[in-house]
Ligand binder design. Structure first.
Ligand SMILES: NC(=O)C1=CN([C@@H]2O[C@H](COP(=O)(O)OP(=O)(O)OC[C@H]3O[C@@H](n4cnc5c(N)ncnc54)[C@H](O)[C@@H]3O)[C@@H](O)[C@H]2O)[C@@H](O)CC1
Ligand SMILES: Nc1ncnc2c1ncn2[C@@H]1O[C@H](COP(=O)(O)OP(=O)(O)O)[C@@H](O)[C@H]1O
Ligand SMILES: [K+]
Length: 537
């Protein structure tokens, strides 16, 4: 797994490195060389334009420019002011060194001159704004960024694409769209989420020092990004000595007369993920529709109110079904009522592994007045519990004290409030968005996100069905729950890619995901076992 550090903690690593004898000047030199090396490895690089800012990100650029010049590349550095005028000592020194070495510069060019220069470039190295950037981009960088994005050259950003917050992943109205980002010391959360997903291109981490790995871990990573091989310990068990029950049985509780589809899709997804036996329990008036769609899945009709929502009279039958199941999912399409809240509460009190999604989460929010972290006894149980809120649902769970998360870092913060107040390793919050994190008490695991095609109604219902199946299939193994949840998200994401290949990236519907879950799981398992491909394993 690769550690992800908050920007402030990256600065702490920088300080720790200097304490261990690696000066900031040395770090800047190594950062510049690392960037130059990545540029050279792109191949066919004769002309490079380096756009530099006024801080240390610019300093990295000057070092890279001198290194590329030394390798015979035709380099031009564009800077907003004369190099001698840079106020930071380090940046000024490396700029003066580059000039002395013969690197040619262009100071404060008008727009048309910059555009003409960029037309000659094979690669643009973006060193305008790094982690010191905040707010909206000021001149001249706003214009420079527009010119970079309009030119045809390959763009390599140093540390962070200029205009992107490396912390929140929010881009300013001007932001470089890079083909590659060479980021220093460690991954940063903003590179992996929201606008960061669109503007970073391929991300390469340059560690800069042999001590970095240790110091980054000591700096308490905010999350860990998985590599496929990490999933080996949670890929599906493959014994032939099984029957349909020992493969894992799942009970899905949900649906309403108004929304029968969500629970149907969750049940089908659980079966496609590999649960040997799936039962769907839903309000009586929706059960008929469901059974007509589900030939392999028995549907149990539950007592309902006048709106076709499950009532608290369903409690005993649901608990009895839960007891016989390896895992339960509650919530999809269920609606929030006194009856459904009572059901969620009863299932939390059961000893069966549980996934709570959608309206199940909204019931949980109602049961705890939007202050779930203040009621740790509600989630504390001996069996696994996975909550799968999207940003809005997570906001409702913790919303009395926290605004709705609008970034990966705020998702992580809100999810941590929940898991840390509970304090147990049996609880994982899967905080879903374009960058999903699986947050356990010990660490937050980031699966590789799937394509935007997953942003379609019902996609979360599919995920929660898959999640319950995974819990059921692994119930005897005491798996690392956050990693297991991340594995499920990874399969879900891969299913999104496969479905997009089949029906087109704009056309994916949740049902398409269900049909390819099996192929996606096989592919993820295969890549986990043979990261370099089966022939090289
Ligand atoms: N953290 C580390 O260990 C290392 C950091 N290095 C580099 O140092 C960078 C951070 O350097 P700095 O802290 O000097 O910050 P930056 O170079 O990212 O930015 C600071 C400069 O940008 C200007 N600026 C900020 N917001 C602006 C806006 N909205 N519009 C226009 N200009 C704006 C500031 O006035 C200042 O001149 C990193 O991104 C990385 O590239 C590397 O040199 C080596 C190691
Ligand atoms: N832009 C995106 N890129 C990748 N995955 C996404 C994106 N948007 C949403 N997703 C994923 O799609 C799923 C949507 O879940 P959810 O919001 O609960 O949908 P629904 O309630 O319609 O079922 C989540 O797994 C989420 O991580
Ligand atoms: K940059």
């Amino acid at each position: 797994m690769q550690p992800v550090l908050n920007i402030n903690d990256v600065r702490c690593v920088e300080v720790a490195l200097t304490r261990e004898g690696v000066s900031v000047s040395e770090l800047m030199h190594r950062a510049g060389y690392a960037a130059a090396q990545e540029v050279l490895e792109l191949g066919d690089v004769d002309n490079v334009v380096v756009l530099t800012g006024l801080g240390n990100n610019g300093g990295d650029g000057w070092v890279a420019a001198e290194a590329l010049h030394g390798r015979g590349v035709n380099v031009k550095v564009v800077c907003p002011i004369e190099p001698d005028g840079l106020s930071g000592d380090l940046a000024r020194q490396v700029a003066q060194s580059a000039v002395r070495a013969g690197v040619s510069t262009l100071v404060g060019p008008p727009r048309d001159e910059l555009e003409s220069l960029l037309e000659t470039a094979d690669v643009v190295l973006d060193c305008m704004l790094g982690t010191g950037f905040h707010g909206e981009v000021r001149a001249p960088f706003d214009i420079w960024i527009e010119c970079v994005n309009a030119c045809g050259a390959r763009v390599v950003s140093v540390d962070v694409p200029s205009g992107l917050s490396g912390q929140t992943g929010h881009a300013a109205s001007a932001c470089v769209v890079a083909d590659m980002t060479v980021t220093m010391l460690s991954l940063k959360p903003g590179l992996l989420a929201d606008d960061g997903r669109d503007v970073c291109g391929a991300i390469v981490v340059a560690p800069l020092a042999e001590q970095t790995e240790r110091l980054v871990v000591d700096a308490d990573p905010v999350a860990w990004r998985t590599d496929l091989s990490d999933y080996l310990e949670v890929t599906a068990p493959r014994s032939a000595a099984v029957d349909k029950f020992s493969r894992g049985s799942v009970l899905v509780v949900g649906g309403s007369r108004r929304f029968p589809g969500a629970a149907i899709m969750a049940a089908r997804a659980a079966a496609r993920m590999g649960a040997g036996y799936v039962t769907l329990a839903m309000p009586a008036s929706a059960a008929g529709v469901a059974q007509a769609h589900l030939l392999e899945i028995p549907v149990v009709a539950l007592p309902e109110d006048a709106d076709g929502v499950i009532t608290s009279d369903a409690r005993d039958v649901v608990l009895k079904l839960a007891e016989r199941s390896s895992a339960v999912l509650v919530g999809p399409g269920m609606r929030v009522s006194g009856g459904t809240c009572a059901l969620v509460s009863a299932l939390l009190g059961s000893s069966t592994p549980l996934v709570i999604d959608a309206d199940g989460l909204n019931c949980l929010a109602r049961l705890t007045n939007g202050e779930l972290p203040e009621f740790p006894e509600v989630t504390r149980r001996t069996a696994p519990l996975i909550l799968t809120p999207h940003r809005g649902e997570l906001g409702r769970l913790v919303g009395a004290t926290t605004p709705v998360p609008d970034s990966l870092v705020s998702q992580l913060e809100a999810a941590r409030k929940v898991v840390w107040s509970d304090g147990g390793s049996e609880l994982v919050v899967v905080t879903k968005s374009n960058a999903t994190a699986c947050v356990g008490v010990e660490r937050a695991v980031l699966p590789k996100p799937g394509p935007a095609a997953l942003a379609t109604a019902g996609s979360g219902d599919v995920l929660s069905g898959m999640m319950a199946a995974a819990l059921a299939m692994h119930r005897d193994e005491d798996p690392d729950l956050a990693l297991l949840a991340a594995y499920v998200c990874e399969v879900h994401g891969y299913a999104g890619s496969l479905a997009a290949e089949r029906v087109g990236s704009h056309a994916v519907m949740a049902g398409d995901l269900i049909n390819v879950i099996g192929l996606a799981a096989d592919a993820v398992d295969e890549h986990a076992a043979f990261p370099e491909g089966p022939d090289e394993g």
